[in-house]
Every structure is written in structure tokens, then in C-alpha cells.
Design a protein around this ligand. Structure first.
Ligand code: PRT
Ligand code: ZN
Length: 285
């Protein structure tokens, strides 16, 4: 029988959310500290637990059919794989940083200077695009200590909260790349495997759409119903049920997470009461 081989990070910043995504898609498999491989009990898939840096290469070679990896790693290594979908977690940015005391004039600051990074390709492309000629010093870890030990005058590293830069006396001056986890696939999947990928994507889309929406129930005076229906049209149109109290109705609909606060404020202005907001687990439109 055909099975998808899916590579995910064994342990690190991508692991928990990768496992969570497949679990939310209803795909059951064991995750253990010492496990290298696990077979799903209810979906034709084997999961391989690997270092994130190895995932694009394994997917390119077909050792794995699919993988989840940071876009930063994918683009840096430049493997020949298909990028299928952004997954919205492990968000971070690749940034240039300099010692706090530097009066930073702009990217020309780096002309003729040395920059420590684990991302020589992404940095090289950026500098080239800006016409800046700098010496790129490739190191594999603890990039942030490079200026302190006199190894480089600036760094180019992954930033999430900015805490690491701050505690090493550095300040972020340019964002050169924005990253998040992406689902990647081998370029030459068989038709059977493509079909399984479609099934998986259908589930991932349902989970992602649900996460971006909320189910809302509220009571509103009947004279405001039309306005409210226009504000929150829902999937086809909202459900309206009369309340026992004359002149009032209950409205059930779905709204986008991003519009949430603005809509709730408008609804309150129009006299809506008893507003309940409920997370949606899966959403198939
Ligand atoms: O062992 P393995 O090789 O599998 O893991 P790894 O240590 O190489 O990678 P890991 O788990 O640290 O990161 C995996 C992916 O998560 C990265 O490729 C990014 O796509 C993404 N990611 C998200 C991050 C961060 N946030 C992050 N904050 N990767 C690294 N960091 C590091 C950064 O290098 C710096 O040292 O965290 C520090 C900065 O964090 P703040 O919050 O202090 O700014
Ligand atoms: Zn790694």
C-alpha cells in the first residue's frame, strides 16, 4: 500500500506545532523522545523525526515525500523541492544587528565590515541587492556573541522576541527575510502520493480556516437585524431565531478572527447583547 513519508523536526522550535497540526487533522501517531520513525494508526503515513537542517535534503532525495521546515532553512539551502503551503507557526525574521552604541546610518554602514551569520546565502543575496560589499563570516551557532569577542562588527541572525540580541548588547537594524514553517514536498511524487497529499491538504485547510474564524452568538433588537446580517454574513448567511421576548432575535454567525474586535464593538453600538464567541475546531466551506 502507498504511504506518505513525512519528515518533521525531532526536537526544537518546529516540533510541537508540527505534531499538533497533524493531530488536529485527525492523524494519530506516537511521538517519543527516542523514536526516529512512527507509523500512523489511521492515515497512510510514516513520520520521520529529523534535524530541521536535514529535512529539505531528505525531501529532495525522496527519502521523505513531505516535510515541515522553516522557510529560512528552505531558502538558505536552496533545495529543489516544492513549497506547498505556509503553516503560520514558528514565525521569525532574519535580521541584521549591530552593537547598541553604534549610530546606525543605514545599510551602507556594513560596507567593508564583517558580519557573522549562519545564513550566508540569504545575507549575500540581500547585500548584493543593496549594493553593499561586506565580509560574510559563516558560523554555525551562537552568532550573537560574535561582536563581543571581536569576530565581526555585525550579525545576521534569526530574531523572534529580540531578547537574545538585547541581552548581548545588540540592536536590530534591518529585517532581511520573514519566515514561518512551510510544508514542502518532493518534486516527483507518484499519482497515488499526490492523492494522499490532496487529502492531507484538505484537512490542513479545514484546520487553518477554523483557526482564523470564530463562531458568534448574540441577541439583537429586530430593527438592527439587517445591518447585523450585512456585518457578519457568515458562511452563507447567518441563522436568525426569534427570542421569546418580542422584538428581539438571536443571531448565529461566523466571523474572521482579524475582524473580531472591530465587529464586536460595532455590534455593541447597535444594541447587541449576550454576545458569545466560540472557537471553531474544523471549518469546511
Ligand atoms: O536541532 P535542530 O537542528 O533540529 O534545530 P535547530 O536548533 O537548528 O533549530 P530550532 O529548533 O532552534 O529552530 C527551528 C526553526 O524555528 C528555525 O529554522 C526558524 O525557522 C524557527 N524559529 C522561530 C527560530 C526562532 N523562532 C528563534 N528564535 N529559530 C531560531 N531562533 C533562535 C535564534 O537563532 C536566536 O538564537 O532564537 C534566538 C532568538 O530568539 P529571541 O526570541 O531571543 O529573539
Ligand atoms: Zn537545525
Amino acid at each position: 500500500m502507498n504511504k506518505l513519508k513525512i519528515a518533521i523536526q525531532k526536537s526544537g522550535r518546529l516540533s510541537d506545532d508540527s505534531v499538533k497540526l497533524f493531530k488536529e487533522c485527525g492523524i494519530k501517531f506516537e511521538v517519543g523522545k527516542s523514536k526516529l520513525k512512527s507509523t500512523s494508526r489511521n492515515f497512510p503515513a510514516d513520520f520521520l523525526f529529523l534535524r530541521d537542517d536535514d529535512i529539505p535534503g531528505y525531501v529532495e532525495d525522496g527519502v521523505a515525500d513531505l516535510g515541515i521546515v522553516g522557510k529560512n532553512v528552505l531558502v538558505e539551502y536552496g533545495n529543489d523541492v516544492e513549497s506547498i503551503k505556509e503553516l503560520g507557526f514558528s514565525k521569525c525574521r532574519l535580521s541584521l544587528a549591530v552593537p547598541r552604541e553604534v549610530e546606525y546610518p543605514g545599510v551602507e554602514y556594513f560596507q567593508g565590515k564583517s558580519i557573522a551569520t549562519s545564513y550566508p546565502n540569504l545575507l549575500g543575496q540581500y547585500l548584493k541587492g543593496k549594493g553593499v560589499d561586506a565580509h560574510v563570516h559563516q558560523i554555525s551557532g551562537s552568532v550573537e556573541i560574535a561582536p563581543g569577542i571581536g569576530l565581526a562588527e555585525g550579525v545576521c541572525d534569526i530574531v523572534s522576541t529580540g531578547g537574545t540580541l538585547l541581552s548581548n548588547g545588540l540592536k536590530e537594524v534591518e529585517t532581511i527575510f520573514k519566515s514561518e514553517a512551510v510544508l514542502i514536498a518532493n518534486n516527483k511524487l507518484s499519482d497515488e502520493k499526490k492523492e494522499l497529499l490532496e487529502k492531507l491538504l484538505f484537512r490542513i485547510n479545514a484546520v487553518q480556516t477554523a483557526q482564523n474564524h470564530k463562531y458568534v452568538l448574540l441577541n439583537a433588537p429586530n430593527d438592527k437585524l439587517q445591518q447585523i446580517i450585512e456585518l457578519m454574513p457568515g458562511m452563507r448567511s447567518p441563522t436568525i431565531t426569534p427570542l421569546a421576548q418580542e422584538g428581539w432575535s438571536s443571531i448565529h454567525s461566523v466571523i474572521k478572527e482579524s475582524d473580531f474586535w472591530e465587529n464586536i464593538e460595532t455590534l455593541r453600538k447597535w444594541g447587541a447583547e449576550g454576545i458569545l464567541v466560540i472557537p471553531i475546531e474544523k471549518m469546511i466551506s
